[in-house]
Ligand binder design. Structure first.
Ligand code: AMP
Length: 323
C-alpha cells in the first residue's frame, strides 16, 4: 500500500505516520526526518537543506525529489510505504505521479489531517526536542518532570528553530500557498481522505485507520451505485468540522447562483451568502448556506458549471445534493 499523509505543520503527521505505518507494516518515509538527520551528520545534502529548513521554507524541489527518488528504490519500499512530508507542492506531486507510473505503480490513498491554524501554533510553539535522543515533549500536553531535561535519557531539551512562533506562522503561510493546493489535486484524483485531527492522539489514529479500512475495502471504479455512494462518503465526509476545499466552495456558489436565477434568493441575500461562502472554513458552514433552500439536482446545472465545481461529479450516479 502506498500512502501519503498531508496536513499543516503540527497536525501530528509525524506521530500519526509512525502509528499508521507500524499498524500497516509498511515503512514510514519522512523527508523532514531524512533532512534533519543529514543536517545533524553534516552531509552535503544537510548543508544544502539547512538554511531553508531554519527559515521554514521548502528545500528546493530538485534536491528533495532526487533524495526521495533514491529512497523509494530501496528494498524496504518495494511493497509499499507511508510518505510523511512529501509531496509538499503540486510539482512534487506531479513528479511523484510520473515516477510511480514509470514503475507501474500508483498511490492508493492520501490522508489529510485537518487542524486549524491557532491549534497548530499552540501545538508547535510548546514542542521541545531532546538533543540527545530526539524524543519530542510538549510543555502543555506532554511535559517532562523537569522543565529542560528529557525524562528518558537526561539530555537537554531545546526548541527547534522551526518551532519558534514567527517561523511557525511562516511555515503555515508556506503550507497554505504551496501544500494546501495538493488537497484539491488529490481530491481530483479521487484518492483524498480527510479526517479531523483534533483530540487525543489514539483517537485520531483510530479515526485514520477506520477511514483507511473503509477506503481500501471500496471496490475501485466498480461503477455500482453503492460503490459511488461509499466513495462519496469518503470524499465528502459528513463531519461538519472538516475544512472545505475550493471545489466545495465553488459547488456551493454554483448552487446559490441557481437559486438566485430561480428567484429563491434576492440579490442582497445572494451577495451575503456569497461572501459567507468565501469566508467559510468548514463543510458545515457551507451546508448551512443551503439548508433553507430546496435541493437542486446538479445534473440540471449547465455542464461546464458542474465540471468546474467538481470534476467528475456529473459522471457519477449520485449528483444530487439535498438542500
Ligand atoms: P517536516 O518535519 O516535515 O515539517 O519538515 C521540516 C522541514 O524540512 C520543512 O520545513 C522543509 O524545510 C523541509 N522539507 C521536508 N519535506 C520537504 C519537501 N517535501 N519539500 C521541500 N522541503 C521539505
Amino acid at each position: 500500500m502506498r500512502l501519503v499523509l498531508v496536513g499543516p505543520p503540527g497536525a501530528g503527521k509525524g506521530t500519526q505516520a509512525q502509528f499508521i505505518a507500524s499498524h500497516l507494516s509498511i515503512p514510514k518515509i519522512s523527508t523532514g526526518d531524512i533532512f534533519r538527520s543529514n543536517v545533524s551528520q553534516g552531509t552535503a545534502l544537510g548543508r544544502r537543506a539547512q538554511a531553508f529548513m531554519e527559515r521554514g521554507d521548502l528545500v528546493p524541489d530538485e534536491v528533495t525529489i532526487a533524495m526521495v527518488t533514491d529512497r523509494l528504490q530501496e528494498d524496504d519500499a518495494q511493497s509499499g510505504y507511508l510518505l510523511d512530508g512529501f509531496p509538499r507542492n503540486v510539482p512534487q506531486a506531479e513528479t511523484l505521479k510520473k515516477l510511480l507510473s514509470a514503475w507501474d505503480a500508483r498511490l492508493d490513498v492520501v490522508l489529510e489531517l485537518v487542524v486549524d491554524d491557532d491549534e497548530v501554533v499552540r501545538r508547535l510553539s510548546g514542542r521541545r526536542t531532546c538533543r540527545r535522543c530526539g524524543r519530542i515533549w510538549h510543555v502543555l500536553f506532554d511535559p517532562p518532570a523537569h522543565r529542560e531535561i528529557c525524562d528518558d535519557c537526561g539530555g537537554e531539551l531545546f526548541q527547534r528553530d522551526d518551532d519558534r512562533e514567527e517561523t511557525i506562522r511562516h511555515r503555515i503561510e508556506v503550507y497554505q500557498e504551496q501544500t494546501a493546493p495538493l488537497v484539491a489535486f488529490y481530491a481530483d484524483e479521487g484518492i483524498l481522505l480527510g479526517i479531523d485531527a483534533t483530540g487525543p492522539v489514539e483517537e485520531i489514529t483510530e479515526r485514520a485507520l477506520s477511514a483507511l479500512r473503509r477506503f481500501i475495502r471500496l471496490p475501485r471504479a466498480a461503477g455500482t451505485v453503492e460503490a459511488a455512494v461509499a466513495e462519496r462518503e469518503m470524499r465528502m465526509p459528513s463531519d461538519p468540522k472538516l475544512r472545505c476545499s475550493d471545489a466545495d466552495r465553488e459547488r456551493t456558489v454554483a448552487l446559490l447562483r441557481e437559486h438566485l436565477a430561480a428567484g429563491r434568493l434576492t440579490a442582497e441575500e445572494f451577495n451575503e451568502r456569497l461572501e459567507a461562502a468565501f469566508a467559510a472554513r468548514t463543510q458545515g458552514q457551507l451546508d448551512e448556506l443551503l439548508a433553507d433552500l430546496p435541493a437542486i439536482d446538479l445534473y440540471e446545472l449547465p455542464d461546464a458549471t458542474v465540471r468546474r465545481s467538481w470534476p467528475g461529479y456529473g459522471q457519477l450516479p449520485w449528483g444530487r445534493r439535498s438542500g
